[in-house]
Design a binder for this molecule. Structure first.
Ligand SMILES: Nc1ncnc2c1ncn2[C@@H]1O[C@H](COP(=O)(O)OP(=O)(O)OP(=O)(O)O)[C@@H](O)[C@H]1O
Ligand SMILES: [Mg+2]
Length: 285
C-alpha cells in the first residue's frame, strides 16, 4: 500500500447490520480521518463492538458501503486489506502458551517467516519498553493479570503499524497509570503516523480528553458526531444514558462530566410482604 492511500479517509455510508432480529446499525454514515482519534460512546448492548467487527469484516453488513478513499471494501477485497487494520477486541483473555514477546511479535504475523528477523524482535522489545512492560517479555501470557494482558494486546496491535487501528474498550482493566500510558501512546502514534484510530470507551471523561471526535451510538443510529466540547452536553448524556449530569468545560475546552449517586430508598416493607404472600419467596435483594 502506498503512502497516498494511507492518507485516505475511511467512509461509512448507510450501514445496515442485523444479527438475528436485532437491528444494530440502521443506516449509519460517518467519515474517519487520518491523524484523528475517534471515540465511540454509547450504552451497553447498543452495537459498538458489532460496528468495529463489521468494519474489520468479521460481521457481514446487510447494506451500505465502507470505503477507504475511492475504494469500496467489499467482502473479497476486505481479506486483503485486513492486514492494514489493527484490531484489539473487547475480550482480553489470553489462554495460550506463548511468551509476552511472542504475542507481541504476532502483531507482525503477515511479515513473520520461519527465521525470526532480529529487527522485528528489537522492535517488539522496544514496543514493550515504550509502554513500561519490558520486564514481562519472557513471562508466559497465560500467567499475566487482566490489565497486563490488555497492555500486551495493545503492544501487539501497535506492532502491526496499522493504517486503521480499532480498539474495543482498551482501558477497561487498566489502573490510572496504564490508562494514561496507553491513551497518550495511542494519541501520539496516531498523530505521528497519520493513523485512523477508532476506539470504544465507557468513561466519558477519558473520552472527552482523548477524542478528536466523538461518535455517539444509540439504538443503531449515530446520535451525534463531532468534537467533545460540542457533543458532550447534559442533554445528550440524559438522552443517551438516562442519567442527570453536570457538564463544565475547562480552560482548554475539554468537557468534564460529573454525575451524582442516586438517592438510596429502602424497599417498603409492604412490597416485601406482598411478594412473600404471592410467591412464597423472600426477596434477597
Ligand atoms: N453473534 C451474536 N449473536 C447474537 N446476538 C449478538 C451477537 N453479537 C452481538 N449480539 C447482540 O447484539 C447486541 C449488541 O452487542 P455489542 O457487543 O455490539 O454491544 P456493545 O455496544 O459493544 O455493548 P457493551 O458496551 O456492553 O460492550 C447485544 O444485545 C448482543 O447480545
Ligand atoms: Mg462491546
Amino acid at each position: 500500500m502506498n503512502q497516498k492511500i494511507i492518507e485516505q479517509s475511511l467512509c461509512v455510508k448507510n450501514l445496515h447490520v442485523k444479527i438475528d432480529q436485532l437491528e444494530l446499525a440502521k443506516g449509519m454514515s460517518f467519515d474517519l480521518h487520518p491523524g484523528e482519534v475517534t471515540v465511540i460512546i454509547g450504552p451497553n448492548g447498543t452495537g459498538k463492538s458489532t460496528l468495529l467487527k463489521t468494519l474489520f469484516g468479521d460481521i457481514n453488513r446487510q447494506q451500505g458501503d465502507i470505503c477507504f478513499g475511492e475504494t469500496s471494501l467489499n467482502k473479497k477485497w476486505l481479506s486483503k486489506w485486513r492486514k492494514h487494520f489493527g484490531y484489539m477486541p473487547q475480550d482480553i483473555h489470553l489462554d495460550i502458551e506463548l511468551s509476552v514477546l511472542e504475542v507481541v511479535l504476532l502483531g507482525q504475523l503477515d511479515a513473520l517467516s520461519l527465521r525470526l528477523n532480529e529487527s522485528m524482535v528489537s522492535e517488539a522489545l522496544y514496543a514493550l519498553e515504550q509502554i513500561g512492560l519490558l520486564h514481562l517479555a519472557d513471562r508466559p501470557v497465560n500467567a499475566l493479570s487482566g490489565g497486563q494482558c490488555q497492555m500486551i494486546l495493545f503492544a501487539q496491535a501497535m506492532m502491526r503499524k496499522p493504517s486503521i487501528l480499532m480498539l474495543d474498550e482498551p482501558v477497561s482493566a487498566l489502573d490510572l497509570h496504564f490508562q494514561q500510558v496507553l491513551l497518550d501512546h495511542l494519541d501520539r502514534k496516531t498523530k505521528e503516523n497519520r493513523w485512523i484510530s477508532l476506539m470504544v470507551l465507557h468513561d466519558l471523561n477519558l473520552a472527552a480528553q482523548y477524542a478528536d471526535k466523538l461518535l455517539v451510538v444509540k439504538d443503531g443510529l449515530i446520535v451525534s458526531h463531532g468534537a467533545p466540547k460540542t457533543v458532550l452536553t447534559p442533554e445528550l448524556v440524559k438522552d443517551v444514558y438516562g442519567v442527570d449530569a453536570e457538564v463544565t468545560v475547562d480552560g482548554q475546552g475539554i468537557p468534564f462530566i460529573r454525575t451524582r449517586r442516586s438517592s438510596y430508598k429502602q424497599e417498603p416493607d409492604n412490597v416485601k410482604t406482598k411478594l412473600k404472600k404471592e410467591t412464597g419467596v423472600s426477596s434477597v435483594f
